[in-house]
Design a protein around this ligand. Sequence first.
Ligand code: ATR
Length: 276
Amino acid sequence: MTTVRCGLIGHPVAHSRSPDIHRAFAAQASIALDYVLIDAEPGEFPDRVREFFADGGRGLNVTLPHKAVAFALAEEAGDEAWQSGVANVLTRLPGGRLRADNTDGIGLVRELTKNLGFDRADRRILIAGAGGVAAGIIPSLLAAKPREIVIANRTPDRAARLVKHFENQRLAAIPLPDLRGSQSFDLVINATSASLEGKRPDLPDDAIGKATLACDLVYADEPTPFMRWATALGARTADGGGMLVEQAAESFLLWHGIRPDTVSILHHFRSRLQSD
Ligand code: ATR
């Protein structure tokens, strides 16, 4: 059996769960996979990517802080990457051309619909954060025609720029303080990196109601400050573990032509998180 080389490039990458997830998918699909971690600082990213593919690599997952550069480096792109301008997957096509995709949005949508039973149509969605993660999930969220998506960011200009980029009437930027007194949202997504610093975005309590689903896109072995806050206000919560597994499954499909069964892997992944 030929071994296929794939990997994750970012900075930092040491604590990533992606190797575990991809190796479990490969075992399930009987594919011989070598999944490597590449820690690349921003200045060395393009060279490390070229080196990986020149050495016969098939695909790279891309994480912070390289998602925008990954998109710019590719010669072809899937719809979600085109629309958002950020990519979390690079694939070497036959002939050597490089393709960029963004599977974060479809990963989140699968987690919402399949695993959490949330239907996005005609719903009010609030996204906290306006960085690469927020940009990546917007096309897939818009595709289901929600009633509105509001973006609120600590730095309001960035949220306004993101809204301008998409030019969609369902999308609006609102400064955080202006959310006070608002009606609660059906879905509140924490797309900031605040959880990584043990903090939460400064959203007002009004954003959350008893029927709200509050999703942190960061995965953790215990509830994040954002999840604890939302739980205290009566919301149902989820972390980013499901989205991580689902976006990885979409990358796996792009590289190997097989979509893994994510249910058993998600279970395995959660038990690994608990035992580490
Ligand atoms: P990513 O690709 O993860 O989105 P990013 O582009 O650095 O990374 O964006 C991080 C996001 O988290 C931004 O929206 C950032 O807000 P600013 O634009 O104001 O910097 C947000 N963020 C990070 N730490 C935060 C905190 N402690 N509270 C609120 N928002 C935070």
